[in-house]
Design a protein around this ligand. Structure first.
Ligand code: ARG
Ligand code: ZN
Length: 859
């Protein structure tokens, strides 16, 4: 059944306090829950209370110490008759964590016990009103075998502990003073060690910090701990948010469906976002850890202190928290590079979502399975929407808005509407029409043309918001553009302006231009839209070399390459036009290579070719094979034309000694980029260079980069280095994940066969989401393999979904969207993608997760 946003009603009962007792065992855990319930004065009166369950067996139930007046099961839920205004319910369940392969609720991972309750996992532990608007104060007693579970952790503060008379068992008593919804509950029991530190808040509170990992991983936790302390400081300085408990624990687990989880005072993380040292983690891994540690920490305010009324409001916490983690990472490193990376993710993942069968607004209107809505739209477009408010209000006013939001809704389960209203009241903006960004799906398209007459330049902007499933007709939305007009002779502009396009079409005039200026629009990517601008190649070359906004400069470079590739795939360019375009691109790239004002991190961005998926996105119907060929051909051409300049760049970068500072990171980025151009233009030379970079590497970034290039080449170096890599790092799960992913995402013509063979590798494990993703997500994102002309890639993903669905539905469903793109792919492949989806749909028993994604994808 579909759940609708418009059906929201407050829960008839309040649960002011919840007492949980866990008798822990890997195969059998007994849970005793005592709920104090009372009628909710602002809700409709109900004769029963609905306690959600999911696959639970009820061992016993009492109401006020005796038999309840009535009880019945409604599907998996338990309904209990309650006639008075206040009652005490006691519920006993028994669960088997070792059999929990879905990794939702309480499960076993590598001998320890841990939980994941967001969004609806708590109902797999005990019967409870498992919805985010029911806030309760929890006290928890955990007991279990001391040898097996020496560490017992829960939310809040540990208030007591002890052991059994014979010393075999021990127990701990935890109390969380902050009322919270059940999705923020967490518990961990296992044999763990901690890196400990402390942080003193701006108000003088001393907070004990711990990062818990398995024995042997401790020396890979320094970066996580430092990231945590930086996050705590940053949130005080930039958002005025202070931590509110005496303890903050992070636990790393190796079986985890997502990145991490913000449970109150006890964040649980995928090991991928905790463990790092320079030998085994890349620069990208380091940045990922800092970003996710920040993200989960920032949830303490945007998510925990102010939570969501219902799951349709998910972007209230996720969009806002993503924006907060983006701003944090920008402040910790290079702001423009971070912005470019974030836009690349948005355009590579969210734009396709917005233009496909699964398109939904950042605040969806209905769902069958909420896990399917933890999407790039809710997270990343959600962040862009709040960023637009920040751009329109300015930083200072935006801060007044967020202060007001936190103050007004502290301790509440709030809505996106509450957020927007606080923004209006705090900033003075009128956001009436802006609310459309919450309700309308689809990426707006904006056409921009600049004309010139006398000394007046006129910018005409026209927007269309494309139809999406269930939303055929759209209204114009307010779109804020940071704009500058460059004098093409002087190469400068006289100041940036903010224009808000709030109608279908509008004209803006600018005086004082003797010559037609060059338009720089959507600077900093101020709005998450796609722009069709009427711009000549000369103007793009100009902007790529001169624009003072780093994002706009990157954009001009991308547009030069994208324009050429789209034209070349569509057959719109004759030989001489093609030659001229490639010449211009090469000149622009050469200028970037030689511009000594640029740092290498930014230079690397400017040298990067647009992704295959981004190019495909520009075309109504894409031929992945043709795009791949054209893109590789351009790479070959550029590698050839720029060969010498690139190799000089490489030699210079190779001199920079290893460190984690920006200069050295930039040098590493450049080296691998040069290798990938060389792999296209001079494979023999590239193999030699890459093998030598691999052999001499004193860090994982260089080693992985070299191996990535080698993995795509047909050379003896490839086999030898892949074997070496495996032998060197076998036993380190996160690095073995890289080994799988490198092969699955390689440009090698045999990639489909390689993935098939890796499926049978002894280290492959369908029960470990990181391993599944490392092989198959990497493959599904590899156009050369996934879109193999004979359909083998599609069949492989369909086989995987069918096999994984009964084991881990959430992870299985995440593979469906890749097949759902069929409407935008040329017809032969489209038919095979549809076949794959239909084969999944015909399976006798599908999870709700996969069923929803498949039916929506078939449309
Ligand atoms: N709230 C977590 C985060 O973004 C993600 C949890 C997602 N869980 C899920 N079952 N989909 O930090
Ligand atoms: Zn989050």
């Amino acid at each position: 059944p579909e759940i609708r946003r418009s059906d929201y009603a407050p829960f008839p009962w309040l649960v002011p306090t919840t007492r949980l007792e866990f008798e822990l065992g890997l195969e059998r855990t007994r849970v005793t829950a005592r709920l104090d319930v009372e009628r909710n004065p602002v809700a409709a009166v109900s004769p029963t209370i609905r306690l959600n369950g999911d696959g639970l067996e009820l061992a016993s139930l009492t109401c006020d110490g005796g038999e309840p007046e009535g009880r019945m099961m409604d599907g998996d839920d338990l309904l209990v008759t309650l006639s008075g205004d206040r009652h005490v319910l006691e519920i006993v369940t028994e669960i088997d964590p070792s059999a929990n392969s879905q990794l939702m609720g309480l499960y076993a991972s590598g001998g320890m016990l841990c939980t994941q309750c967001e969004a609806e996992g708590f109902r797999r532990i005990t019967f409870f009103p498992d919805r985010p608007d029911v806030l309760s104060t929890y006290s928890v007693r955990m007991s279990g075998a001391k040898a097996q579970f020496p560490v017992l952790l829960c939310n809040g503060n540990r208030v007591d502990s002890g052991e059994s008379a014979d010393g075999g068992d021990h127990w701990a008593e935890w109390h969380d003073p902050w009322p919270k919804p059940s999705y923020l509950f967490a518990l961990v029991a296992g044999d763990l060690v901690a890196r400990s530190d402390s942080f003193t808040t701006m108000g003088g509170r001393d907070v004990e910090l711990n990062v818990y990992v398995r024995d042997g991983d401790l020396d890979r936790t320094e970066h996580a701990m430092e990231s945590l302390k930086r996050s705590m400081k940053w949130d005080e300085e930039v958002f005025g948010r202070e931590y509110d408990l005496d303890l903050f624990n992070i636990v790393a687990v190796s079986d985890f469906n997502m990145g991490a989880m913000e449970n109150k005072g006890l964040n649980i993380f995928n090991t991928k976002y905790v463990l790092a040292d320079t030998e085994t983690a890349t620069d990208g891994d380091y940045d990922g850890i800092e970003g996710v540690i920040g993200h989960e920490y920032f949830h303490n305010w945007s998510g925990n202190r102010v939570t969501c009324r219902d799951w349709f409001q998910l972007s209230l916490k996720e969009g806002f928290t993503v924006l907060r983690d983006q701003l944090f990472s920008a402040d910790m490193g290079s702001e423009p590079v971070k912005r470019i990376e974030d836009v690349r993710i948005l355009r590579g993942v969210q734009f396709p979502e917005d233009s496909g069968p699964l398109a939904h607004p950042i605040r969806p209107d209905s769902y069958r399975e909420i896990s399917n809505f933890y999407t790039a739209t809710v997270y990343n477009k959600g962040a862009e929407v709040i960023r637009m408010m920040r751009t329109m209000a300015g930083e200072k006013a935006f801060r007044r808005g967020t202060d007001l939001y936190f103050k007004r809704h502290d301790g509440e389960a709030a809505t996106c509407e509450d957020f927007v209203r606080a923004m209006e009241d705090g900033t003075g903006l009128d956001l009436e029409q802006f609310r459309l960004w919450y309700s309308q799906a689809g990426t707006p398209k904006v056409a921009a043309t600049l004309s010139h007459d006398g000394d007046v330049a006129t910018l005409k902007l026209t927007q269309t918001v494309p139809p999406t499933p269930g939303q055929p007709d759209k209204k114009p939305m307010p779109i804020p553009f940071r704009v500058a007009l460059f004098d093409r002779k002087a190469g400068t502009h006289s100041g940036e302006q903010l224009l808000v396009l709030d109608r279908a079409s509008a004209e803006f005039t600018f005086e004082g231009f003797a010559h037609k200026p060059v338009l720089s629009i959507n600077r900093g990517f101020s709005a998450p839209v796609s722009i069709e601008r009427d711009v000549s190649r000369e103007e793009l070359v100009f902007l790529a070399a001169r624009d003072d906004d780093p994002f706009a400069r990157y954009e001009a470079m991308q547009e030069l390459m994208t324009g050429y590739l789209v034209g070349s795939v569509s057959g719109d360019l004759d030989e001489s036009e093609s030659e001229a375009a490639r010449g211009d691109i090469a000149e622009a790239l050469k200028a970037v290579v030689e511009d000594d004002q640029l740092d290498d991190l930014m230079r690397g961005e400017l040298l990067m070719m647009p992704s295959q998926s981004y190019i495909g996105e520009q075309m109504l119907v894409a031929d992945p094979g043709a795009i791949h060929v054209a893109r590789e051909a351009l790479k070959t051409d550029l590698g050839t034309r720029l060969g010498e300049a690139l190799h000089r760049l490489y030699d210079r970068a190779a001199q920079v000694p290893f460190s984690l500072d920006a200069e050295a990171k930039g040098a590493r980025k450049i080296k691998t980029l040069v290798l990938s151009y060389a792999a296209a233009s001079d494979p023999a030379k590239a193999a030699e260079l890459a093998a030598s970079q691999y052999d001499r590497a004193d860090n994982m970034t260089d080693r992985q980069g070299a191996l990535m290039v080698l993995a795509g080449l047909d050379s003896a170096e490839r086999t030898a280095r892949l074997l070496d890599f495996y032998n060197r790092y076998r036993g380190n799960a996160l690095v073995v994940d890289k080994w799988f992913a490198l092969q699955a995402s390689s440009l090698h013509p045999q990639v489909v066969a390689h993935v098939e063979a890796l499926r049978s590798h002894p280290d492959f494990n369908l029960r470990n989401p990181n391993r599944v993703r490392s092989l198959y997500m990497a493959f599904a994102a590899n156009p050369a393999g996934f879109h193999a002309a004979d359909g083998a890639g599609y069949r492989m993903i369909a086989d995987l979904v069918l096999e994984l669905d009964p084991i881990n539905a959430q992870t299985a469903a995440r593979f469906v969207p890749s097949l759902g793109r069929w409407r935008r792919i040329e017809e032969k492949r489209a038919a095979m993608m549809r076949d794959a989806l239909e084969r999944i749909a015909r399976a006798p028993k599908l999870s709700r997760d996969t069923f929803e994604q498949v039916t929506r994808s078939l449309g």
